[in-house]
Write a protein that binds this ligand. Sequence first.
Ligand code: AMP
Length: 201
Amino acid sequence: MLNLVLFGPPGAGKGTQATNLIEKYKLVHLSTGDILRGELAAKSTLGLEAKKYMDKGELVPDEVVIGMIEVKLDQNAGAKGFIFDGFPRTNAQAQALDKLLEKKNAPIDMMLALEVEKPELVNRLMGRGKVSGRADDQDINVIENRINVYNRETAPVIEYYNKQGKFRSVDGMGTIEEIFARLCNAIDKVNGGSGCGCGCK
Ligand code: AMP
């Protein structure tokens, strides 16, 4: 299996790059933000409860997102691997993920952290808000709060993976293609060449 954490602040390009990476490496994309928006669209109790946090740019409680990931891992038992996007966002989530993957004997291989400067993050989020209709991308105060929450609560997760020797910093500035090439380079160093992650080239 190949299990990757795609990390970075809001607007770093995690979703865009995950879409390309899952195609190349044949992985399952698990984005907690996407799952939560799906719950919200379905007007489920979980979705409506999560909305209160999402609208303010605050984190949804750990036990809620950990429970969602557990369900998705079970639903995709035959997967060749996963890209975790927007998860884990706290050390408690990172610990819970390690426990869940321990059961599968398939630990996280690496954390790829996209580094993007703050003015560029704000630009990208405001630009996305115009087309996506996402409320949390259209309000500068919510955007600022999401970046602050990232710096305060999520950035410490880097140290969690750094201690395990799994942290890789990737320059997230440039074109989508340039950033994709950097990510693939980092993955292939660990994965033993380009391919789907099963050993084939
Ligand atoms: P994203 O699409 O990753 O930017 O997430 C959108 C919003 O969903 C965030 O601002 C949080 O409110 C919530 N969210 C997504 N993933 C998580 C997570 N792993 N932990 C807590 N809240 C999350």
